[in-house]
Structure formats: C-alpha cells, structure tokens
Design a binder for this molecule. Structure first.
Ligand code: MG
Length: 178
C-alpha cells in the first residue's frame, strides 16, 4: 500500500537526525629510536641522545594526533595525505601534517573539543617539557592547554618500547559541530 511508504521515510529522517554533533577518533604511532636524530615531540625539541627515525621530522606524537583528528571525521590516515614514499615531503615538519588534518575537519564543520595523548617509552624523559608540549599542541590546534592531556609511561622494561629502542604514542580526539 502506498500509504505505508510515508512512515518509512519518516523513520529514515529521524535516524539521520540521531547522528550526534560530536565524534571521537583514535590515533597510534610508533617509531624506532636512533642516535644522531633530533627528538621532536609535539613540535618541541627534546634534549636527547636519540630521536625517532622517519621520513618526516618523525614527530611521533603529532602523527598519532593527526590520525586521531582525521579518524574522528571518518577520513583516511596521514599516510594517505602524506605518503612516506613521496620525496617532496622528506623531512617535512609534522606541524604541517597536523595543520592539514585540522584544515580537513574544519572544512567539514568540525571543531576540536579536546585531545588526550599517552607517550609510551623509556626515553627520552619528557617530564620537564610537558607544559611546553601541551602549549605547543594547543597553539597548533587553536585550543587551550587545559584541553590537551599528555601523559608519559614506561613499558616496564618489556619489548622494544621498554628497552628504549622505540617510542609510541596513543591519541584520542573529540570533535564537535561548531
Ligand atoms: Mg609516524
């Protein structure tokens, strides 16, 4: 019966309107640590005998963050936008990668609510740089430092992270309709 098609359309409209005005996204990255490389985390240079290896400036913290931002909007990961096989972007500053992620979600009507980051590794120690890194990330995302969580944990001596051979970061991001 033709009359039955109306409720079906109504249900479809209601389901669409249930889509929440916020999204969360998750990011993860890990880099090998090697001597003779700068150690840049969250856009801040950290005094360290070792630094992350990578095609870019290897800012593992910003890579995880960019993926969290992109993921929250259902977009592709940073490898899609910045393939590590592209010689043109060798040594690129990762602040530009986060800027690109921010531009992509902003164009789609999203704003950053907050981000939270966990750095996992034995070295370098970032305790003395946490405030500076939080401010750097906040400035990059145009949010307040209180909206940037940053913790560091060891891996209790286990595997490559625990043995100081690598550094990893987990990131989560909340987007909302501005
Ligand atoms: Mg990376």
């Amino acid at each position: 019966m033709r009359g039955l098609s109306f409720p079906e359309n109504k249900v479809k409209t209601e389901v669409m309107s249930l889509s929440p005005p916020f999204r969360i996204g998750l990011g993860y990255d890990i880099h090998v640590l090697t001597s003779g490389r700068p150690c840049i985390l969250g856009g801040v240079t950290i005094p360290s005998e070792v630094g992350p290896e990578g095609h870019s400036d290897a800012d593992v913290l910003l890579h995880a963050l960019a993926d969290a931002i992109l993921g929250a909007a259902g977009l592709r990961d940073i490898g899609h936008y910045f393939p590590n096989t592209d010689p043109k972007i060798k040594g690129i500053r990762s602040t530009l990668i986060v800027q690109k992620a921010l531009d992509e979600v902003t164009q789609r009507g999203w704003k950053i609510g907050n981000v939270d980051l966990v750095l996992i590794g034995e070295r370098p120690k970032i305790m003395l740089k946490i405030v500076e890194i939080k401010k750097s990330v906040a400035d990059l995302l145009k949010i307040n430092p209180e909206e940037v969580g940053l913790k560091a944990t060891t891996n209790e001596g286990m595997d490559s992270l625990g043995q100081g051979k690598a550094i990893a970061v987990q990131a989560i991001c909340l987007l909302y309709r501005g």
